[in-house]
Design a protein around this ligand. Structure first.
Ligand code: KIV
Length: 303
């Protein structure tokens, strides 16, 4: 295994002009695959509210849910640095609550850093979390937790005043100790100015090519949802098509009686005498007989 990515690796990548590759992950299986695919950073995004839970926004996502998904992703990640999103209302009320909740993501979710949305108004919060030895990634521009304030998911920083404010916010977050910044839904010229003005790396999503790295929601880049295709998303696969096709083939074979065939079935030992089964009890698995064929967990199989 290559060396584990840390916040210091990310800084070095910016200094050497190498792009940072970040992607969201929400469970251990995807984390393992994306890690093997070469991700530098796995973000346990509160976008899980939409893509996992089917909510309309990230606002209903809770701390307990973020801890649960962060722990799963951390188990799957070998090389990548894992970042956990602080969900809506977990850090806005006070720096004190923010530190406690960031601490939960690290202690229970096993993440290497946390991310929060907002600018200079959260500089004290960032400072407090960093003081607790928890690295913080900032998030500026289109910040989904402020959907009601923004009046929808709209590109931010298009006029000069808004652009100036965002640059000031970026400088304030860097000064407060943030180790990196996500820039979301930002004109590429502004993202370039911010990126050139900071020592810490910027990671863009809908912010153009000048950022120090890029992030996408894994379900978007893998083409899981044919109904969601904003301008900034590029589909690098068509998993929706692959999955519906694979599942459709499975269903057809079941209906036709061609699955399972002999290759996918177990055979009794020649000398087995059939007796009426005695259920061991719900959730209790009988010890396997010596030399028994190991098949792994059979999910949902009655015992
Ligand atoms: O929640 C999320 O997935 C994010 C990324 C889109 C940056 O914050």
């Amino acid at each position: 295994m290559k060396d584990k990515v840390t916040i210091h690796t990310l800084k070095r990548l910016k200094q050497s002009g190498q792009k940072i590759c970040m992607v969201t992950a929400y469970d251990a299986t995807f984390a393992r695959i994306l890690d093997e695919g070469g991700a530098d950073v796995l973000l346990v995004g509160d976008s899980l509210g939409m893509v996992i839970q089917g909510q309309e926004s990230t606002l209903p996502v809770t701390m307990d849910q973020m801890v649960y998904h962060s722990a799963a992703v951390s188990r799957g990640a070998k090389r990548a640095h894992v970042v956990g999103d602080l969900p809506f209302m977990s850090y806005q009320v006070s720096p004190h609550e923010a530190v406690r909740n960031a601490g939960r993501l690290v202690a229970e979710g096993n993440v290497g850093s946390v991310k929060l949305e907002g600018g200079a108004e959260f500089a004290d919060t960032v400072r407090a979390i960093v003081r607790a030895s928890i690295p913080v990634m900032g998030h500026l521009g289109l910040t989904p937790q402020s959907v009601h304030k923004m009046g929808g998911y709209v590109v931010q920083g298009r006029d000069e005043d808004a652009a100036r404010r965002m640059l000031d916010d970026a400088l304030a977050l860097e000064e407060a100790g943030a180790y990196a910044l996500v820039l979301e839904g930002v004109p590429l010229e502004l993202a370039r100015t911010i990126t050139q003005s900071l020592k810490i790396p910027t990671i863009g999503i809908g912010a153009g090519k000048h950022c120090d790295g890029q992030v996408l929601v894994c379900y978007d880049l893998l083409g899981m949802n044919p109904d969601f295709k904003p301008k900034f998303v590029k589909r690098f696969a068509n998993l929706h098509g692959n999955i519906t096709e694979a599942a459709g083939t499975f269903f057809s074979e079941v209906r036709a009686g061609t699955f399972p065939d002999e290759d996918h079935s177990f055979k009794a030992n020649k000398n087995v005498r059939l007796v009426a089964a005695t259920p061991v009890g719900p959730g209790v698995v009988d010890a396997p007989a010596e030399g028994a064929e190991k098949v792994g967990a059979i999910y949902g199989a009655p015992v």
